[in-house]
Design a protein around this ligand. Structure first.
Ligand SMILES: [Zn+2]
Length: 439
């Protein structure tokens, strides 16, 4: 790959953040019937609010805990052999997840494998997109603290709520770049710094789709960090709203929960805003704006934001978290980019802290020349936690997944448990996608 030889860093970029301002009703009763959908996996700016009326549960439960992923795989290239090999990677990635989590319902993944540059226009040679994933639908749920937060559908399904907002057709939407020199487990050729272990990429992206995703961003590009905002059409004051992941974020070392910052930001009342531009123009002149500016500073200062792994023992408001507490019970998030990088900041674990640890998987960048196996082996986690390290396991448990007590490495044997609906797309389908993006 010519492009790869010219770059030193390969980015994992996810389309997991909301860059549009959503038109959401902020009235709690209305929120129950409004879900967020990311409509186009190739377009990071496209999301919409959909009606999701309450329905009775008909969850797809299966007896076997090893049969919990259904992947609808669209291969957008004509190399059938490569398509088949990529299919098999989903089997392996699913095995690692089901070796870690007790999934209660089947998780449906819509995945496509195509030339992302050609399909999206994302062609920066210094910043290659390897993959992108997001929850297909975010579902409102009232938390015990009384706040309504948005849950990824895959996670919401684990809660076993009988009456729930209507589910979308899939839980996770993922895209992977075919214009890459991938290395596959079992390849006779050796791993080199120009190759990428696709299993590593698929697993990383699926974890985002399961719920490693946050609502905070510099939405108006004004060096002010806020959660996403819902703007009503019925005159109700707009409000900032959080995802479930955000509930557990804390400032470091103070331990202050970011959800209390959201509360402060929501003191801002803009009665007249009918558009995002109007809203942020008004917000920029408000007493709450410095709070968002301060949050921007935190999001661009290394080691300033973490995910607290002990939700039952909230930090003392008057005492800073000790270094021991941070080491043991906090996942330090990536806040070293300045300016803020919406594809990398906060939505990943801190590279400095975790790259050489068993929690390496969710750093923002791919370690050149390393396979997933090598990373696990180097960290000594091959048989202990596998690629989903000890803190990531706990994090998934905190947001609501049931984590297995013990980890048994999956065995590469026959009878793959993931069911596929394989479809080889033709060039015309790709062109249609391109048209959708630009028009
Ligand atoms: Zn990522």
């Amino acid at each position: 790959m010519k492009i790869l030889s010219t770059i030193s860093v390969i980015f994992l970029i996810e389309l997991i953040y909301l860059t549009t301002i959503l038109s959401l009703p902020s009235n709690l009763d209305d929120l129950k019937n409004k879900c967020i959908e990311f409509t186009n996996p190739l377009n990071r700016y496209e999301s919409k609010v959909v009606d999701c009326p309450t329905v009775e549960s008909s969850l797809d439960k299966r007896a076997s805990s090893n049969d919990m992923f259904a992947v609808n795989f669209h291969c957008g290239i004509n190399d059938r052999t490569l398509c088949n090999r990529v299919e098999n990677v989903f089997v392996k990635a699913g095995r690692y997840i089901t070796a870690t989590l007790n999934l209660k319902t089947v998780i449906n993944v819509n995945a496509q494998f195509l030339d992302i540059c050609r399909a999206t226009g994302e062609c920066d040679p210094g910043r290659i997109i390897l993959g992108a994933a997001k929850p297909t639908r975010m579902i409102p749920n009232q938390d015990p603290d009384g706040k309504t937060r948005y849950y990824p559908q895959a996670l919401y399904k684990q809660l076993n709520i009988n009456k729930h907002p209507e589910f979308g057709s899939s839980d996770i939407t993922a895209t992977f770049n075919s214009k890459m020199d991938y290395w596959f487990e079992g390849d006779s050729s050796s791993m080199t710094s120009k190759k990428v272990d696709i299993l590593y990429i698929v697993l990383h992206e699926l974890i985002h789709g399961l719920g490693f995703t946050n609502s905070w961003s510099d939405y108006a590009n004004i060096k002010a960090l806020t959660p996403a905002v819902g703007i009503t059409k019925d005159g109700t004051p707009p409000e900032f709203f959080e995802f479930v992941f955000d509930k557990h974020l804390v400032l470091l070392p103070s331990g202050r929960p970011l959800t209390t910052v959201t509360d402060e930001l929501n003191q801002f009342k803009s009665n007249s805003a009918s558009s995002p531009e109007e809203f942020f123009k008004s917000f920029a002149g408000s007493p709450q704006f410095p709070i968002a500016q301060d949050m921007y500073k935190n999001s661009t200062t290394h080691g300033s934001i973490g995910f607290l792994l002990t939700p039952d023992t909230p930090p003392n408001a008057n005492t800073e978290l000790t270094q021991d507490k941070i080491n043991n019970d906090v996942v330090i998030l990536e806040t070293s980019f300045n300016p803020y990088d919406p594809g990398s900041s906060i939505g990943h674990v801190d590279l400095d802290t975790y790259l050489d640890s068993s929690d390496f998987l969710m750093t923002y960048t791919y370690p050149p020349g390393k396979s997933l196996d090598e990373m696990m082996s180097k960290a000594g986690s091959t048989d202990k936690t596998g690629p989903i390290g000890p803190k990531l396991r706990r994090l998934l448990g905190v947001i609501g997944y049931e984590v297995k007590d013990n980890y048994t490495p999956p065995v590469n044997n026959s009878s793959p448990f993931i069911s596929f609906n394989f479809e080889l797309s033709l060039l015309c389908i790709l062109l249609t996608l391109i048209n959708n993006f630009y028009f």
